[in-house]
Design a protein around this ligand. Structure first.
Ligand code: ZN
Length: 315
């Protein structure tokens, strides 16, 4: 599943990654892990029952259904054991809750939790077979980042690799951040930050769709804020790119659909990095929705073979 702030997208796939059926429910992530996962578990039960009864999407898959493992994608940092969310900026009630155990209880199968930007990185690599030296950045209400080294997800010592959202931006307004400091990239350049800045200036925007529409309509303040966000995220990513020397920088999320944002980000990266560093760099944009779920399916399948009922069969 891919948990958004206001919705949960659910996909049921077989062990080869082929999608059998999908669903989406409107639910606020602010309701906490028990309420959200209970609601998702009810949907999964319906999908499985539809398969048992020869539901329209599943009639050709006679081996279906049997649940082997669950992956919970979240818009926040995840610990190294892939069992809990660590200090998320906008997920009240989730911090340090053992989501893996809760999932095992609700779904009855091994469950892991993973950051959504990491899922995009894994899923995009599966879908496009890129070079594997890749930095993936999602710019939604928050800013997420996943890193692939030689095609493998690099999570770092504590699962925080790639998390640039609390990098302090020099010269930015002293906006307080959930981490207790001020002027972090997350509170300066994320979608939530842009909406807040628009609201403070008297703009009437409450959702990401509002923001996108205003920029498409040529609203000067909204467009200026998006351009500035592109420059600031590009500035932070320039350091990442100079250090890591990836062949691909992949952007996803609603803000990255805006050409103004992408142009500002590109120009900042190319102006800030050495030509030798960017010579082999491509900066692209993908629709991260499909990649997120593809990544979740892959990690759930891995989980099934590592610790699910299938594990004993393959040993
Ligand atoms: Zn911070």
């Amino acid at each position: 599943m891919d948990l958004r702030h206001d919705a949960a997208r659910i996909v049921v796939a077989d062990l080869s990654g082929d999608v059998l059926t999908t669903s989406e429910i409107a639910i606020s992530i602010d309701r906490g892990p028990l309420a959200v996962l209970t609601a998702v578990a009810a949907v999964v039960s319906e999908l499985l029952a539809a398969g048992e009864n020869g539901g329209p999407e599943l009639t050709e898959r006679r081996e279906y259904p049997r649940l082997h493992a669950v992956c919970v994608g979240v818009p926040g940092p995840v610990g190294p054991a892939l069992d809990q969310v660590i200090a998320p900026a906008r997920m009240p009630g989730w911090n340090a809750v053992d989501v893996a155990s809760l999932g095992q209880e609700l779904f009855g199968v091994p469950t892991l939790v993973e950051n959504d930007a990491n899922l995009v990185a894994v899923g995009d690599h599966l879908c496009r077979s890129g070079s594997g030296h890749t930095v993936v950045v999602t710019v939604d209400t928050g800013i997420g980042c996943g890193v692939l080294v030689e095609g493998r997800l690099y999570r770092g010592a504590s699962g925080m690799a790639g998390d640039v959202s609390h990098t302090i931006v020099a010269g930015a307004p002293e906006v307080p951040c959930s981490c207790g400091r001020t002027a972090c990239l997350d509170v300066i350049a994320s979608g939530s930050a842009l909406l807040r800045a628009l609201g403070a200036a008297g703009g009437d925007a409450t959702t990401m769709d509002d923001l996108i529409r205003m920029v498409h309509d040529g609203h000067p303040l909204a467009t200026g804020l998006v351009r500035e966000a592109g420059e600031r995220i590009g500035g932070v990513l320039s350091t990442v790119i100079s250090f890591f020397n990836p062949t691909e920088l992949v952007l996803a999320g609603p803000v990255s659909t805006l050409p103004t944002f992408m142009a500002a980000l590109r120009s900042t990266v190319y102006a800030s990095c050495l030509p030798a560093t960017t010579a082999s760099l491509t900066i692209t944009r993908i629709d991260g929705a499909e990649a997120t779920l593809a990544g979740a399916v892959r990690l759930a399948a891995d989980k099934a073979f590592i610790s699910g009922p299938l594990a004993a069969r393959v040993r």
